[in-house]
Design a binder for this molecule. Structure first.
Ligand SMILES: [Cu+2]
Length: 310
């Protein structure tokens, strides 16, 4: 039973949340300038890039999009949200009107009507039409996410407990491990649990096909700002693609519960211009050829730390 005192407590909690949202709104609207970081991958220094794809404090909607798939996801999300708003307003209005017009005082002798053919057809057809309106762009988007035809670059992504391995089949021997940087080793501006020692380097403006698999359990390759989310399943290769809009750093995580250190396998991407990418690829391939087998992360990489920067 909800007692009046509990109601007051709940109301208080609700008002606190609303007040916090109101306080956070100006900061969110202003949009602070992105942090610029100079990263290194496979021992090769990359040009300084702004961190564009990352979670923000008090973020209410989706992360801003930096790929064609993500732009489509954002517009589908907006369409569905507006449909929900209209339905909620309609049902709430209808309820309020029924409570006012047909309460026991105003309507002491209710009608005994049990069927209304027109109403029954309408409330069956209208939801079907709403679902069709949602289904058409939704199926289109599913096909768009799978359209990996004619890529400029292929990257093989292998998930391990608890790090990622990236290899570039067109650059012989370029295969490296990307593991978390522990909180106490982060440099200023690097995100805790979101920074890897060897970021995945990709060119902007070119279609990149990901071939995703796993060496042990089911993981998930998830980069919210690029609209990429695919399971990594042992014994199976799952494809998707990305075309990154602009140079920058984009952060993601494994978002499938995959074991003790599930929260410690960041997907850290640095997108550079195609010319810069070719330079990195040539130098990194040389480094990788010298190492023969990619170095596995040491267990202390996963040590817990409460340090937080940015
Ligand atoms: Cu995982």
């Amino acid at each position: 039973m909800i007692r009046p005192k509990h109601c007051v407590t709940r109301l208080g909690a609700g008002l606190t949340i609303l007040a916090n949202l109101a306080l956070a709104a100006p900061a969110l609207a202003a949009g602070a300038a992105p942090v610029v970081l100079t990263r290194t991958s496979e021992g090769v220094k990359l040009p300084p890039e702004p961190v564009l794809g990352f979670p923000r404090p008090w973020e209410l909607g989706l992360q801003p999009g930096y790929s064609p798939v993500k732009h489509e996801i954002i517009s589908l999300n907006a369409l569905v949200l507006w449909i929900i708003v209209v339905i909620t307003a309609f049902v709430a209005g209808l309820l309020a009107w029924v409570m006012w017009r047909y309460n026991a005082k105003r309507n002491p002798h209710p009608t005994q009507t049990a069927h209304n053919t027109f109403l029954e057809i309408a409330w069956t057809l209208v939801p079907i039409l709403i679902l069709v309106v949602i289904a058409i762009p939704s199926f289109r988007l599913v096909y768009f996410e799978n359209n990996t035809a004619h890529p400029k670059l292929i990257v093989k992504v292998t998930a391990h407990q608890w790090y990622w391995e990236y290899s570039y089949p067109d650059a012989k021997g370029l295969d490296f491990i990307s593991a978390i940087v522990p909180g106490n080793k982060l440099k200023a501006g690097e995100g805790r649990l979101l920074t890897a020692n060897n970021p995945l380097v990709l060119p902007v403006g070119e279609d990149v096909r990901f071939l995703i698999n796993s060496s042990d359990v089911i993981h998930s390759f998830f980069i919210p700002s690029l609209g990429v989310q695919r399971y990594a399943i042992p014994g199976r290769v799952i494809q998707t693609w990305v075309r990154i809009d602009k140079p920058g750093i984009y952060e993601g995580e494994c978002n499938q519960i995959c074991g003790t250190n599930h929260s410690r396998m960041p997907i850290d991407i640095v997108a550079v211009t195609p010319a810069q990418f070719q330079v990195w690829k040539a130098q990194a391939a040389k480094q990788a050829a010298a190492a023969l087998i990619p170095a596995r992360p040491a267990p202390q990489m996963f040590a817990e730390t409460t340090e937080f920067r940015r």
